[in-house]
Design a protein around this ligand. Structure first.
Ligand code: MF3
Ligand code: CO
Ligand code: CO
Length: 280
């Protein structure tokens, strides 16, 4: 049995396994934090180019977050010392910004989480560095489709497992691996809250989706097998078979009608390539 509680939007309720049902104040807070998160990713688009240093991109995220009166939620989170995660090629998630220089052909996920006025906007996108081979671009395209197909399954009356089922079905049709070790999560005043939103599941299972639920969907899809391993730094997750991995993440809220995406790009930079389409 799942317990749902009406969220107290003014208080920081601890994580206790219950699913919070948010009201207008929570949705308003998430709209602002989510918009800032998306604007930060928009601003990174021209900067993710061959020769860019990932620590410099992290500094841009930090400065933009602070300039907006927000804090990077990852900074100091369980000892993590950076303002975003930058995961390149076979890195699945939680890549640490460093002196690594981006090279032509890299595929890169940047995951940002500004904490604005008490609310966490959590989102990530893939970026293509220079000329990226077709196989890698296809992985990125399908991963974006997985996120949006998952979001389409997120509506009142559906079950949480319907999201993962839709994502898994789409990824496995292309013979891609769906990462199991990391999931989406409730989000709001807490960075990581109940429920866990798994990206591989059986349709019709799990808690019912109710208006007011706020969570992330953030599928990690591998070109090869699903298995991952953690590097000795304790953060960086990589594919065991060293195949490429891609991820997109949105923070969403269940509404009476369906689902609201809080972290959609105001500039329309939803997926790469981010260049405006050439005139026909
Ligand atoms: N933003 C990540 C997520 O989507 C969490 C990163 S936690 C960190 O949940 F400490 F690794 F930064
Ligand atoms: Co997240
Ligand atoms: Co994230």
């Amino acid at each position: 049995m799942t317990d749902y509680v009406i969220a107290d939007e003014t208080d920081l309720q601890p994580r206790d396994g219950t699913i919070k049902l948010h009201g207008p104040a929570g949705f308003a807070g998430m709209r602002k934090a989510g918009r800032l998160a998306a604007e930060i990713l928009d601003a990174l688009v021209p900067l993710v180019v061959p020769g860019a240093v990932t620590a410099d991109l992290d500094a841009v995220v930090r400065d933009m977050t602070l300039a907006a009166g927000a804090l990077p939620a990852t900074l100091g989170y369980r000892g993590y010392a950076h303002s975003c995660c930058i995961s390149i090629n076979h890195v699945v998630c939680h890549g640490i910004p460093s002196d690594r220089v981006l090279r032509d052909g890299d595929i890169v996920n940047i995951d940002v989480t500004p904490l604005l006025d008490g609310w966490h906007g959590d989102t990530s996108r893939m970026f293509l560095v220079g000329d990226v081979p077709l196989k890698a671009r296809r992985l990125v395209d399908v991963t974006y489709e997985c996120l949006m197909i998952g979001i389409e399954a997120a509506r009142p009356g559906a079950r949480l497992g319907d999201i993962g089922a839709a994502i898994q079905d789409h990824a496995e049709r292309q013979r891609y691996g769906v990462v199991r070790e990391f999931c989406g999560h409730g989000v709001g005043r807490l960075f990581h809250d109940a429920p866990e939103v798994v990206h591989a599941a059986r349709a019709g299972t799990g808690p019912e989706l109710r208006p007011g639920m706020i969570f992330t969907i953030e599928p990690m899809i591998n070109l090869g097998k699903a298995a991952v391993k953690l590097l000795d730094d304790g953060w960086t997750a990589v594919t065991r078979d060293r195949s490429l991995s891609a991820q997109f993440e949105h923070s969403v809220g269940i509404t009476e009608q369906g689902c609201e995406i809080f972290t959609e790009s105001p500039a329309g930079l939803h997926r790469p390539p981010y260049e405006p389409a050439a005139a026909a």
